[in-house]
Design a protein around this ligand. Structure first.
Ligand code: NAP
Length: 313
């Protein structure tokens, strides 16, 4: 019987693991096949406190992991396939094992969204991607398109200027949602240009992306636009499929936790992007991971004290 299982290994999951490990709870972290969460797919992180020169996302996550392991967290790089959280003990399954625990901290994060338009799925990995750090280098001296108007889109586009001969941002409105510093950098970059009030309706190409069908939302005109690669950066979907029917989710699929890190189920706590529709920062996720671990520790203390009282003197 585990005392704490953490599902997920981004800043939220690994901070929960650091705190739970330092409380001597020997947490088991089911980290997912690829540990580290979304920061493993980013480049420079400039706003995580403590790194005045910035730090690469993967390097930051390696540090989180080493810190958790130093205090006794056990980290397994496996995906959780199903859970049973409505009965005690709480049960968590992976392809090869079934674990039981008194508490579970859900920190499964969120995954990049796709446009869901014709051609997108067929051309994935052939010029269509959601990860500039993974795939950008394939498009040296090519024309690259980025879709989206938020910080992710600006970050991806600026990174892609290292490779592409031109980077065009296509946005459905005429103003960007991204923070001012990112907007200023993007708008002043010589390799970048913008197409406003426009959506992508289709991705065109046989073996590789060749063009996009674009539609101007103001006048409805539709036209083909040549591009060698497209990176989609239109936000994220919370990773909550395995919790459906057990944890309360909102309409967008985020786990609902009206009171701090507690969920609708006893002993189950939540942290990070999987229930954060608003901030979605590494630092806020880490803070939530800390809170979830402290709440789990309090819950365990009360639970184990109650069991002691029930035992005959
Ligand atoms: P986001 O802020 O939600 O932005 C998503 C963008 O995609 C918006 O511009 C949105 O358009 C557009 N969009 C959404 N659905 C679309 C669709 N179906 N077709 C076309 N466009 C679509 O997501 P994000 O950029 O991933 O950022 C998420 C959070 O992480 C934010 O809080 C952000 O500040 C943070 N973040 C911070 C950094 C950093 O500080 N370095 C880096 C990355 C992310 P509308 O604007 O019209 O809604």
């Amino acid at each position: 019987m585990e005392r704490v299982i953490v599902i997920g290994s981004g800043p939220a999951g690994l901070t929960a693991a650091i705190y739970a490990a330092r409380a001597n709870l020997k947490p088991l972290v089911l980290a997912g096949g690829l540990y580290g969460g979304q920061l493993m797919l980013t480049t420079e992180v400039e706003n995580y406190p403590g790194f005045p020169e910035g730090i690469q996302g993967p390097d930051l996550m390696i540090r989180f992991r080493e810190q958790a392991e130093r205090f006794g967290a056990r980290i397994e790089n496996v995906d959780v396939t199903s859970v049973e959280l409505t009965n005690k003990p709480l049960t968590v399954r992976t392809p090869d094992a079934e674990y039981q625990s008194k508490t579970v901290i859900v920190a499964t994060g969120a995954s990049a969204r796709w446009l869901d338009i014709p051609g997108e799925e067929r051309l994935r990995g052939r010029g269509v991607s959601t990860c500039a750090t993974c795939d950008g280098a394939f498009f040296r001296e090519k024309h690259i398109v980025v879709v989206g108007g938020g910080d992710s889109a600006m970050e991806e586009a600026l990174f892609l200027t290292r490779f592409g001969k031109r980077v065009t941002v296509i946005h459905r409105r005429d103003s960007l949602r991204a923070s001012k510093i990112m907007v200023d950098r993007a708008k002043s970059h010589e390799k970048m240009d913008f197409i406003w009030n426009t959506v992508v309706d289709e991705m065109i190409g046989d073996t590789h992306l060749r063009a996009l069908r674009l539609r101007n939302l103001l006048d409805g005109s539709s036209y083909e636009f040549e591009a060698d690669a497209i990176f989609i950066a239109i936000g994220h979907t919370p990773n909550t499929d395995i919790f459906k029917g057990q944890l309360n989710l909102d309409a967008a699929g985020y786990i609902v936790s009206p009171d701090g890190c507690a969920t609708n189920l006893d002993g189950v706590f939540v942290a990070g992007d999987v229930n954060d529709i608003r901030y979605k920062q590494a630092i806020t996720a880490a803070g939530a991971g800390c809170r979830a671990a402290m709440d789990a520790e309090k819950y365990l203390e009360a639970l184990e004290f109650a069991v002691k009282l029930e035992q005959p003197a």
